[in-house]
Design a protein around this ligand. Structure first.
Ligand code: GDD
Ligand code: MG
Length: 360
């Protein structure tokens, strides 16, 4: 059997305007809570026991996923009283693992959408004989990530979290947030205090001469840390660019949940989702966007690359481009909202109140 730890805690709830009461792993992406995709991908790779390490609003996970049997998994939940950091969270769940000291344990950051070949990472770990193996991906700007240079054999030579100066940026390879740890390495993380796996554990292991192995590839990879990235990820799941066995229905231009009510001449494209009980009015155009449960899009609205929260209402002819509209918010008719705007949960914008383009 293979087991895994999924990190879904920490201080950040960066989707807050959409999800004041819901941590982002539970926001629907392609029709199901985002976490479902990670759990289903792990299951498909042969993982059967997963411990969710959580620290905030943890009580929303267990009522939804239960013991995991619906997904063919044995799921356990461990909640930190105070966030213990990524390394502290691992140490904190060590007693729940069944693995022997030399066994491999998979670890996943809970906010990553990826096509990672999980068995290939485990293989890399076995054949290299490493203590820890890391999935690496290449990005244009590594400053928001952990920088991981490797030698010609893939062995990690340094780990530099959130590099800032040009001298620090020696490679475009970054930590993609999926690891294989030998069980015994998890047991060496100090207990009972916050530990960052990126700032303390990895640099410490390297200084002690441990073997960290990198596996770099060019598979689909996206950090869902911002609402815009979340919208992109949802659309890519629907389009089939991001592979997940948990997408409910066939991949394609759109995903219309059974209970959604979409006018015959409304157009959904670019991986858009019409969530449960949502209503999409006549002539509406929705591209690359997610319309969550019970939201209403009135006739003639034009929506691109946007997230429409549960129960929100978008007025007739309103234009949204790169917008996040919080749960229950109301955007009146004939508005134009663009470029990263976030409408708070429950807020109301009157008809004809905001425009970017000039009057006609
Ligand atoms: N249980 C628990 N407790 N989980 C935590 C805690 C904690 O105190 N802190 C963070 N996490 C979880 C988050 O929920 C997330 O799933 C994961 O650990 C990573 O934390 P983030 O806060 O999202 O870190 P980041 O995105 O800035 O950077 C991390 O991910 C990058 C890839 O997206 C680092 O691992 C980087 O090195 C990496 O490149
Ligand atoms: Mg993150």
């Amino acid at each position: 059997m293979t087991e895994a730890i999924l990190l879904v805690g920490g201080k950040g709830t960066r989707l807050r305007p959409l999800t004041v009461h819901t941590p982002k792993p539970m926001v629907p992406a392609a029709g199901v809570p985002f976490l479902t995709h990670q759990l289903a991908r792990a299951r498909a790779a042969g993982v059967d026991h997963i411990v969710l390490a959580t620290s905030y609003l943890a009580e929303v996970f267990e009522p939804y996923f239960g013991d995991g049997s619906d997904l063919g998994l044995h799921l356990e939940y461990v909640t930190e009283e105070e966030p213990l950091g990524t390394g502290g969270a691992l140490r904190n769940v060590a007693s729940r693992l069944h693995s022997a000291p030399g066994d491999p344990v998979l670890i996943f950051n809970g906010d990553i959408l990826t096509g990672l070949d999980i068995p290939a990472l485990v293989d890399t770990h076995r054949t290299s004989g490493a203590d820890v193996s890391l999935h690496l991906t290449r990005v244009d700007d590594p400053r928001a990530f952990g920088l991981v240079p490797t030698d010609s054999t893939g062995r990690v030579s340094a780990f530099l979290e959130k590099p800032q100066t040009p001298e620090e940026i020696v490679t475009d390879q970054v930590n993609a947030g999926a690891y294989v740890f030998n069980r015994s390495v998890i047991d060496t993380i100090p207990a009972g205090r916050p530990v960052s796996v990126e700032r303390e554990t990895f640099p410490g292991l390297l200084a002690d001469g441990a073997h960290l192995q990198g596996m770099v590839d060019s598979t689909y990879w996206l950090d869902l840390g911002t609402p815009q990235a979340f919208v992109r990820g949802s659309a890519d799941l629907v389009l089939g660019r991001a592979p997940s066995p948990a997408v409910p229905g066939r991949c394609g231009e759109r995903l219309v949940l059974e209970t959604a009510d979409v006018a015959p001449d409304a157009k959904l494209t670019g991986g858009s989702v019409a969530g449960p009980r949502s209503r999409i009015g006549a002539g509406a155009r929705i591209d690359g966007s997610a319309v969550l449960a019970d939201a209403v899009i009135e006739p003639g609205a034009r929506i691109r690359d946007s997230l429409i929260g549960a129960g929100a209402r978008i007025g007739a002819r309103t234009v949204l481009d790169g917008a996040v509209v919080g749960d229950g918010a109301v955007v009146g008719a004939d508005n134009e909202l663009r470029d990263g705007i976030r409408v708070w949960c429950g807020a109301a914008i009157p008809a004809g109140a905001v425009r970017f383009s000039s009057d006609e």
